[in-house]
Design a protein around this ligand. Sequence first.
Ligand code: NAI
Length: 458
Amino acid sequence: MTDTYLNLVNSGFTKKIAKQLGLPRPVPLRRHQPGRPLVDGPVLVLGTGEDADTVAHVLAGTAALSGASLAPGWDLDVRRHPAQGERYAAVVLVLTGLTHPDELAAPVLALGSTLQGLAPHARVVTVSRPATPDDGPAVAAARQGVDGILRSVAKELRNGATGNGVVVADGVPVTAPSVLGALRFFLSARSAFVDGQLLAVDSDGGSLPLDWDRPLDGRVAVVTGAARGIGAAIAETLARDGATVVAVDIPAAGEQLAAVANKVRGTALQLDVTAEDAGTRILEHARTRHGRLDVVVHNAGITRDKLLVNMTPDRWDPIVAVNIAAQLRINEQLLTSGDFTEEPRIVALASTSGIAGNRGQTNYAASKGGVVGMVRATAPLLSAFGGTANAVAPGFIETDMTAKIPAVTRQVARRLNSLQQGGQPVDVAEAVAFLASPQAGGVVGRTLRVCGQNLVGQ
Ligand code: NAI
């Protein structure tokens, strides 16, 4: 799906007119291409203390991790103090030791001094810790303050730059796989449409990949609703990252499904996810064709919008059946099979509608809010096997689903975020791939929004 307005305001004469009229001028986002550098320029690490030094060493490729070996693939040009006139590609603000709001001014104003000269598509990433129930009011105030700062900075950034944060649970070192994995994801072009988000790392679970470009090597992943849109992009992205992919969709989408499966050199499974034995059939297919099952992405989803005043069971029931009841049933079958036990990953598609609510979508929001709750409660069931369940909540993504929205509403909806544009299916796919990866093993039961910092909801 194309965004004609975005193309217009970035080309020649119409670019000039848009500037003169003060119209929103979204810029095309930089997206991941294997082989390209993680960031295009110097990275400034702000903050004092051991954690800031450690993060700086990791980014520079001079820290020994997991025993004696150096974490592969960082080697960034790291600076520790802002220099006038320097153009940073990223600023990492390490704020893990806060005990009072008075301590915020120095590092945050230092960040402020760099903003005007940030490179296009720059990244601002905070690394902080949440307050624990034992912390006093001053500690809690300082740590919660980071939340407000990050979300506000993200709204001030321009030129495709984004701001996101990693919130590291008490007792988890900043060198934990998921802290580094999340930091790398937020620094990279993989997170192009993730903005204003704070991702919690709950444990030091997971492991660093041998190759950051192929973290899913040797893993077998099932993607439901893979015949088109976001599902097809997820299948391609997981395959690019090394996974063998089983693409699932309804028989009516069989031709498109086969094309996707061929493209990713995986296999196709024609299956309605609402079938009673869907989980068993998925597992059977993955095991007989590929020997194992490691990752399940619940992407299949439908909408039937209607104001609640006009809602009928034929518009409510199928939404709940496809978008959440099927996922619950499939998970149950996987969990009781005894064959989904080697650091398994479940990643489910929620929606910002399920978090912030959306007019005309009570049915859809019930199912997508349900996904947020489901992953939270499913994650502990997988933890004994080193497994996780997490969700990705897309905002406005350019797909067949959103192409059905009336033109004017669509035009407005895609501008209502800090990046002033809709995301692409690949943006959602990148977040799914991160949560499916070994380095995300410490992110447990969370929902990551891919919405360009949508102006509604948190
Ligand atoms: P889409 O409508 O383009 O594709 C959905 C796919 O799911 C289709 O291939 C369809 O055949 C398949 N599917 C539907 N029912 C199925 C069933 N019972 N069994 C197996 N497959 C089935 O949708 P899109 O836009 O790619 O969305 C993918 C997911 O992302 C959905 O869960 C959706 O709710 C979610 N989402 C999408 C957003 C967007 O802006 N496009 C925003 C927020 C969430």
